[in-house]
Design a protein around this ligand. Sequence first.
Ligand code: PAF
Length: 276
Amino acid sequence: MRIVRTVADLRETIGGWRAAGETVALIPTMGALHEGHLSLVRLGRDRCRRTVATLFVNPKQFNQASDLAAYPRTEESDAEKLTSIGCDLLFAPDAAEMYPPGFATNVSVRGIGDELEGAARPGHFDGVATVVSKLLLQALPDVAIFGEKDWQQLQVIKRFAADLNIPVTIEGAPTVRDADGLALSSRNVRLMPANRSKAPLLHAVLQRVAVAVRAGADPVEAVQGARRELAAGGFDPIDYVEVRDGTTLGPPGAGPRRVLAAAWLGGVRLIDNIPG
Ligand code: PAF
């Protein structure tokens, strides 16, 4: 697998593939790769002849400097994992390549981007939308693949890609979970062993809400019960547990619903979601 660090080199490599008539899948990541990320690359390989992973810990999407500083940086082992599953190219730019002096543009998705994660982490989705729109325009892939674990992020990306007429198919890939139900996340390694054993409660509680709501329970009551269960299980604070419309992230309507939650366990913020 080749590693490139500049937009010019990225475009030259992809341009060569395009000239040969090859299709390209893009898998944006912030590194610290786990099986969830690798499943995205495998899906990219199913979809297209060539796969490009990106590794950039995007400072614009962190609203706490301490979170940015603590984010794991493991490029060498990430590159080994990508190589082992046949990824063709890793684009790993530095901050100056992505945000050169004078950079002044912000991509902001109103509505979807203001809810839930957007409310809990002001500026987060502007950072995501800005960097992902740059990555899409730098690589101009046929398909870009994102994990459903970040469900709201996936909806934000689909919205701005459509609004800005970026000629790419945005595809979501199912969340990969440990055997006990905990969604894989780069943050899980920060859980102390005692908290790791408590963490699957988040997924279990979401399942109970989804089953109750599908059976006709009042979503407000189902969510209140879930919050009590999480608090009793050691989650503190609980940022949100919500049943929402799966596309707009507004109040649930006639379309597919999503049950989403974010809560802290021993100083580690966990998020998860499932169909409602
Ligand atoms: O989901 C992530 O890892 C990041 O938000 C993304 C999409 C790579 C943008 O930095």
